[in-house]
Design a protein. Structure first.
Lengths: 269, 215
């Protein structure tokens, strides 16, 4: 698949900019001074031990958790703040909704709406957020459900599907909103091993066909290596090291990265 | 047989009053449950505190005393309410307070992931509540609402003490007139059960309907 070249990495204005991000839970500082960019259309894989802050970074972008310090910009607009008389003030709901329309997210626990059919799960936000007619929303929903191989499950309810199927619906539900960037938060971690493949296959398809940027938090190293333009290694609330997958997986610079990857080493032989 | 018919007819007269009070006070309690329940979840302090005050006052004092107060004390302050209104208000406010707690806890019981998924789909807070949270919370509310409605039905017997001629009032009057204590109270039990059972069935049907597709 095409990879973003180094030249364009240098020249392109990033689509997402985390600046000096800090996060405190009570008195505990879990993250400090993080700067991190994502380019338009770039596929970024984020790896690292649990509790290293990967999910928190994604949740900040989805407006689920507010950073206690720093700013996030997306498409040139501040996400959590707005400028008033040259000062930064907290964004109101209207502003948040305007900016986060560009962002989509798929969760580890799928979070499908259990009281709606599969079709309605994929239609609901199209009708009530994008303002499409029911007819348009249904056409698009059926098309995308077909793409993830679940067109025959339109009238089923989430509880009647396997975990892998539910996660594919969750992806269809997010992708149909046409976000500019999609966040995948350990989307295969809750799945039985034999169901992981079908979900990764759908992500691969989306990645190959779609222009949108992706932030993929994962423990599937082989998959990350395969699909990502860039791999970011996080530990203890810090970005330890980042670069093209070949570099991170074959020639990691930092001891932390080496130690972490050695636990997965069998995967590469 | 004639005495039997007289007892039966007397009780039927009371049935109308009981049903009327039941229906109006269930409606009042339902509306209050949602209004006060939502207020208690507000991010602003004033509605939240008002809701807590309402709940604690009406839950924490006896329904009978509330009825007495509305019927016998308010007139001293110059407010005279008809007995029917006192019955409906007393029961509605009291069970509304219980219902508000049910609404609040049921909404809170919907898994956090549902809210997060709605935010990720950029739904407005109204849409999130309407499409995602409330339908799920409603299913959680139903069994408790079923209990409360039947409790309320049984609570209507207290309104006989503020002079409303409901089922229990008629039964007591018939008893002192005829002395057929056993018979009258057996009828009374059966009639209350005949009202209560369809309520249970109705709620069960609603619950079944609401839980379609839920594993």
């Amino acid at each position: 698949m095409p990879r973003t070249s180094d030249a364009s990495l240098l020249n392109q204005e990033p689509y997402v900019k985390y600046r000096n991000i800090g996060m405190k839970f009570g008195d505990t500082e879990v993250m400090k001074g993080i700067n991190f960019d994502i380019l338009s259309g770039e596929k970024v894989a984020m790896i690292g031990p649990s509790g290293s802050g990967k999910t928190t970074l994604a949740r900040m972008l989805m407006t689920l958790e507010k950073p206690t310090e720093g700013t996030i910009e997306i498409g040139g607009k501040l996400l959590w703040h707005r400028r008033a008389n040259g000062k930064l003030v907290d964004a109101n709901l209207k502003h948040l909704r305007q900016v986060r329309g560009q962002i989509g997210m798929v969760f580890q626990q799928y979070n499908l709406f259990p009281h709606m059919t599969i079709l309605r799960n994929v239609m609901e936000a199209q009708v009530h957020v994008l303002g499409l007619t029911k007819k348009e929303a249904e056409d698009r929903a059926r098309k995308i459900l077909k793409k993830v191989g679940l067109e025959h499950k339109c009238d089923a309810y989430p509880a009647q599907l396997s975990g892998g199927q539910q996660q594919r619906v969750a992806m269809a539900r997010a992708v149909v909103m046409k976000p500019k960037i999609m966040l995948f938060d350990e989307v295969t971690s809750a799945l039985d091993p034999e169901l992981v493949g079908e979900v990764l296959e759908v992500i691969r398809e989306i990645a190959e066909e779609d222009e949108m940027a992706m932030l993929l938090i994962t423990h599937e190293m082989a998959f990350a290596r395969d699909i990502a333009d860039r791999v970011v290694f996080m530990a203890d609330g810090q970005i330890i090291e980042q670069g093209p997958p070949e570099q991170i997986f074959n020639y990691p610079q930092h001891q932390r990265t080496k130690n972490f990857l050695s636990r997965f080493s069998t995967e590469f032989h | 047989m004639d005495a039997n018919m007289a007892i039966f007819n007397g009780l039927l007269k009371g049935l109308g009053v009981t049903l009327q009070v039941l229906i109006y006070s269930v409606l009042l309690a339902l509306v209050l449950s949602f209004i006060i329940g939502f207020m208690s979840l507000s991010k602003w302090r004033i509605p939240r505190w008002s809701a807590t005050l309402f709940i604690e006052v009406f839950r924490g004092t006896s329904l009978l005393v509330q009825l007495f107060w509305l019927y016998f004390s308010l007139p001293i302050l110059g407010i005279r309410l008809p007995a029917m209104l006192v019955g409906v208000l007393g029961l509605g406010l009291n069970y509304g307070a219980y219902g508000a707690v049910v609404v609040r806890t049921s909404i809170r019981a919907v898994p956090k992931g549902q809210t997060e998924a709605s935010i990720a789909l950029n739904m407005s807070p109204y849409r999130r509540m309407r499409s995602v949270i409330l339908p799920q919370a409603f299913l959680i509310m139903l069994p408790t609402f079923s209990n409360l409605t039947i409790e309320l039905l049984k609570g209507t017997s207290l309104i006989s003490l503020v002079t409303l001629a409901d089922l229990t009032f008629q039964a007591l009057a018939l008893r002192s007139a005829t002395m057929e204590t056993t018979q009258i109270f057996i009828y009374l039990l059966i009639i209350y059960f005949i009202i209560a059972y369809p309520i249970t069935l109705g709620f069960r049907w609603l619950e079944k309907k609401q839980s379609v597709g839920r594993g």
